[in-house]
Design a protein. Structure first.
Length: 218
């Protein structure tokens, strides 16, 4: 099987699993509902966010449009780069990591793009798919569905600690989804296993640029 075929399979598989799980959550749970998979460790907890990965926020409606446009441009750039790597002799792990990042980015873009159009609100009710009267928002204004919650341990910050002293903390507090996980695994894997590959690429590109500048100055 070619690198291209395996890359496409990774992307389509992540997208299928991510979107299927999110749609199941939306059509079976109200916002804030949860059920325990492993007590005090792994919880399915339904939340939605307006912005970035792991429940972070990014401005208002204008901010969401800006973020969506940035994501789409980033997806286009990553997709173009992966298509170039398909034709070259590179470790497949590099392509796999980039495919994970691409799939995760597309997964969250899809939430923003169409979830607001095809679902009604999940506040106090289980959302309906293709509700009469339309969805809860417009194109690119949908909220991203998150559900994975790992409160591994909790406690309180030491009283002597500035600002946070005495406050409760939970690790790991952010609620995230499969798309977030795909992006994170791809990035961490590159940093651990394939950093040298990208360092060499950057070094080679820098050498070519310096050579071109030097040739123009002669």
């Amino acid at each position: 099987m070619s690198a291209k075929s395996k890359s496409v399979i990774i992307i389509l598989l992540i997208l299928f699993l991510d979107q299927t799980l999110k749609i199941w959550i939306k059509t079976n749970m109200m916002l804030g509902d949860e059920f325990i998979i492993v007590k005090n460790w792994f919880i399915i907890h339904f939340v939605e966010n307006n912005g970035m990965a792991f429940g972070l926020e990014f401005g208002s409606h204008i901010g969401k449009y800006i973020l969506s446009v940035f994501r789409i441009l980033a997806v286009g750039a990553i997709g173009w780069y992966i298509s170039k790597l398909w034709k070259r002799e590179v470790p497949f792990g590099v392509i796999a990591c980039l495919s994970l990042i691409l799939a995760g980015a597309i997964g969250n873009i899809l939430d923003s793009a169409y979830f607001g159009l095809i679902f009604n609100e999940s506040y106090g009710q289980v959302a309906t798919l293709f509700p009469h009267g339309g969805g809860y928002s417009s194109f690119l204004q949908g909220r991203v569905v998150d559900m994975f919650y790992f409160p591994l341990f909790s406690g309180r910050y030491p009283s002597w600690l500035p600002y946070f002293g005495g406050n409760e903390f939970i690790f790991f507090r952010p609620v995230f989804n499969l798309a977030d996980s795909s992006i994170t695994v791809g990035i961490i894997s590159i940093l651990i296993f394939y950093r040298r590959f990208f360092d060499e690429k950057l070094s080679h590109a820098g050498s070519e640029t310096n050579a071109a500048v030097g040739a123009e100055m002669k």
